[in-house]
Design a protein around this ligand. Sequence first.
Ligand code: PGA
Length: 253
Amino acid sequence: MSKRRMVIAGNWKMNMTPSQAKNFASELYEAVKGKRGCDIVVCVPAIDIPAVVKVCAGTAIKVGAQNVHFKNSGAYTGEISPEMLIDAGVKYVVIGHSERRQYFGETDETVNLRTKAAVAAGLTAIVCVGETLTEREQGITAEVVAKQVKLALSGISADQMKKVIIAYEPVWAIGTGKTATAEQADEVCGLIRSVVASLYGKVVSRSTVIQYGGSMNAGNAAELLAMENIDGGLIGGASLKTDAFTAIVTAAQ
Ligand code: PGA
């Protein structure tokens, strides 16, 4: 097991109405009560934030958002600012998820702007990177991922890296039921750690939390989390079921 503290984060994506979220968060709280061996986060739809923050207040579960704008206010219809998230009790935010890159025009540049703004506001940014199936088949995974990491972190100081988590999510493994093998996932997480080392030095790279995401579930979590360079998970589908998410939290203890 690594010396870093594991972070298990659920990414609910566009699931759960506010009333469903409230009930589910209460169930989850009961299920993970007493499991103090890792950090537990739920990244919920923006509209669910107030309900989930209320239920999770004073518990070990921290609340995250799934996106954030890079300005604190202004004429950006439909957007939510870092300041708003902080005021609502949010501690984490997912940035640059492949679904946002794929469907909503997210680029390495906007990922970088959001990351800088999130961290400056005091949020912990969960920055997602990962190759597509074509890129893996072309043998350019390392190149693609290293570039995403470098661009995302441009302008982030070594000190601010305490507020950055990198989630390695191979696009081909997201929501497909196809998980990277523990070795494949660890190899790329190790590569990410070496990129962080080249930018900030060994001390920072050794303490940076690097998660794996992509069809992590109750059955494969223990093996993935046991790998040297994997410090947690960003979990989609399995985070919507109390049993599955709790099993992953347990695997991280
Ligand atoms: P999945 O999603 O666990 O459903 O594959 C992971 C993610 O998109 O963060």
